[in-house]
Design a protein around this ligand. Structure first.
Ligand SMILES: NC(=O)N[C@@H](CC(=O)O)C(=O)O
Length: 361
């Protein structure tokens, strides 16, 4: 489809519009119950499909659980929404390769999510011993079902800012070497090490998703001048050189990098604690923030690839046929600071700078 960029000269009130294919979000936390009800419209407003994370309590492990969760999401859709949830299965050491193959064959789940046990929110049922999931990984390579990784080691000896790079060496590279043909998506990458690892891979089996917020914040935003709990997520944002590498990868048009927002709602009550939850809630303003980032890089022509083409191609899905139009205004665009949910307010990610792009109604 390409992008139609309409530029009107300054004298004509400087209006720009961009029309893209409707985007996909290849990493989304919708939760369940009242939270699902409240956050789902924030995504369906702009996105045609999203890869739904399975880290519920209890986790979505089996084909039957994924099918039931998909039904709950479809029942919660706002009237008239055109949205397809793409389900994932949570990999445990007890995952049955045949159940997983059935979920794939019947179109119930498109991918499997690997959480190292203890790495992040609701990951305690994840994998401790990677040898135990070898038969599952081999089955996935055989049937072409992708593995999505939360790429951080949990070894307490490893500094939290190094956990992604160490995961590549200790876990990911050995898994990929031992499982030829396994298709892997490194989710929410945060380091230039991960960008280089993806770029260095051959064979087309490796790609990475990048969040909007990791294109905007570095670790100073979280920690300098007072702690900002709403910027705390996992993997934690790294130093500025890493953010710049992510921006370069995302805005380059390289087909191996695509959007996965990792929009992860937690109530303010659960964020603002002595031990607060990890996750940034970004569904509400992702497209507006991304347009700003891509504009600053003079890369608006690659926004469609990052949000609507690269991910679909990697998941072997057709690109969406509908379109989404973004309009730029000189006057800043405002978003609500939080959304109300049945569980309490959830703060919307604040990029820390003025936004000018809005999704046209
Ligand atoms: N990103 C986060 O910080 N949190 C996610 C889990 C995850 O994707 O790591 C969550 O479920 O809250």
């Amino acid at each position: 489809m390409g992008i139609r960029l309409h530029l009107f000269p300054k004298a004509m009130a400087m209006t720009q519009t961009i029309t893209l294919r409707r985007p996909d979000d290849f990493h989304l936390h919708l939760r369940d119950g009242a939270m699902l009800q409240a956050v789902l419209p924030e995504t369906t407003r702009d996105f045609a499909r999203a890869l739904i994370m399975p880290n519920l309590v209890p986790p979505v492990v089996t084909a039957a659980q994924a099918a039931a969760y998909r039904e709950r999401i479809l029942s919660a859709l706002p009237a008239g929404a055109d949205f397809t949830p793409l389900m994932t299965l949570y990999l445990t050491e007890d995952t049955d390769p045949n159940d997983l193959a059935r979920a794939h064959a019947e179109g119930i789940a498109v991918a499997v999510k690997l959480y190292p046990a203890g790495a992040t929110t609701n990951s305690h049922s994840g994998v401790h011993n990677f040898d135990k999931v070898r038969p599952v990984l081999e089955k996935m390579a055989e049937i072409g079902m992708p593995l999505c990784t939360h790429g951080e080691v949990t070894d307490p000896e490893v500094d939290i800012f190094d956990r992604e790079a160490v995961f590549i060496d200790r876990v990911l590279e050995p898994i990929r070497a031992a499982t030829p043909g396994l298709r892997v998506i490194m989710e929410h990458i945060t380091t230039r090490t991960a960008v280089s690892y993806v770029r260095g891979a051959t064979g087309g089996d490796l790609a990475a998703s990048i969040t909007m917020h990791h294109l905007i914040i570095n670790r100073n935003h979280i920690l300098a001048g007072g702690i900002k709990p709403h910027y705390y997520c996992l993997p934690v944002a790294k130093r500025e050189t890493h953010r710049l590498a992510l921006v370069e990868a995302a805005t380059s048009g390289d087909g191996r990098f695509f959007l996965g927002t990792d929009s992860a709602p937690h109530t303010d009550a659960n964020k603002l604690l002595p031990c607060g939850c990890a996750g940034c809630f970004t569904a509400t303003n992702t497209m507006s923030c991304l347009a700003e980032v891509f504009e600053r890089e003079n890369a608006l022509q690659h926004l469609e690839a990052f949000t609507a083409l690269n991910g679909a191609a990697h998941y072997r899905l057709p690109a969406n046929t509908g379109t989404l139009t973004l309009t730029r205004s000189e006057a800043p665009v405002s978003f609500p600071s939080h959304i109300e949910t049945g569980d309490g307010p959830v703060t919307v990610f604040d990029p820390g700078f003025a936004l000018h792009w809005r999704v046209a109604e």
